[in-house]
Design a protein around this ligand. Sequence first.
Ligand code: ATP
Length: 452
Amino acid sequence: MPEPEDTVDAHSGGDAPTGPSDLMDKVVGLCKRRGFIFQSAEIYGGFRSTYDYGPLGVNLLRNVKNAWWDAMVQRRDDVVGLDAAILSPPAVWEASGHLANFSDPLVDCRNCHQRWREDKIGGVCPACGSTQFTEARAFNLMFKTHAGPIEDEGAVAYLRPETAQGMFINFANVLQTTRKRPPFGIAQVGKSFRNEITPQNFVFRTREFEQMEMEYFVPPAEAQHWFEYWLDERYRWYLGLGIPESQLRLRHHDADELSHYSTGTADVEFLFPWGWDELEGIANRTDFDLKAHATASGERLEYFDQTSGERYVPYVIEPAAGATRTMMAFLLAAYSEDEVGGEARTVLRLHPRLAPYQVGVLPLSKKETLEPTAREVLALLQPHFMCDYDVTQSIGKRYRRQDEVGTPWCVTIDFDSLEDRAVTVRDRDSTDQVRVPVDGLAAELRRRLDGA
Ligand code: ATP
């Protein structure tokens, strides 16, 4: 049997680190130390506010995106997927209003000359405390580039600042090829780029990030109903994946906060270490986008209802979330510290569907006699779960390492396993250990994952 561990109070949940900045430092430190997130181009001194997702981070981020896709596309018959191009011609952004409106107010501090986003600093320079600034000027957030070898105006292209426009410009294509009728949605997950004036708070606000957006096309008279429906759905998605209710809220925008296209917007907010901040915006975009693209392109972007003979431009309800920002919220909410057998441990209480590894496969010792069975167990589990195979150091240390990265279950192969063809399954949160026959192992872990 594996070395015994004294059990902790499984229901205490452990202690959150003492203060907010302390928590932030600890999570950022863990991300680097364990290979979740690295500073991009670090060997060249780093590229400011740009990050690379390491071996564990890529699994976590992928799991966040998969959980979203599962809820928004796979389990619905009224939503289809799309993967549109990142590079797009100016016409798209002209019509959408981004060339004219997608800007933040930029000010320079007159004392230290640092540049800030006026609406985020409250009149005081965060660097030097001065209250003297230049007049605000509109700074467009889109990254501009050139497609092809000639860098003239005719070759201008933009990196998309949101994935949403891909859905609007493909509305007619999707309608024709899928024969969907409103209410129906088009969903997309992918990179977006914004030349943020002040990227900050680790991966909360970066210039290159990933979004998970869905445009839900509805008959105009039903827009308010579907707006409320999606607020509720989206709020519950975060709760279902382990964000505690005390750290999650819905906040409706005041009239003066609304975007140029919206008649109603609410944000799903998370209690970050610096306060409440946005994870996702849910907006009633009306028929603004389809009409704007129809006018600019000359194409008909509307729905013809053959039964009623009615022709109309659908309204759009848009839940727009950030994958990278949401991943950070899951990490912050999951981080905790407790004690096992009188020893401090760090544990990421990530939902098992999000954890970078669902299973750690750990032969009790490095002795060669254990390896064939341990590898057999690994091969048995790999088609179903993301597994880590770890043979180094004591079993206690290996449990700690798996706890620290959120692995919900460890499977230990010991010398008895060679005789009884059973292994020990150890639970991250309770540290409980039970013996499970190898033949029923995948089914038992699947049962736990489905029930989580
Ligand atoms: P903010 O007011 O924070 O700049 P926004 O309201 O402009 O954000 P949206 O355009 O609604 O953001 O984008 C939808 C989601 O995309 C946001 O809720 C957020 O999760 C994510 N997102 C937007 N900008 C960034 C960024 N620079 N870095 C990381 N995620 C982002």
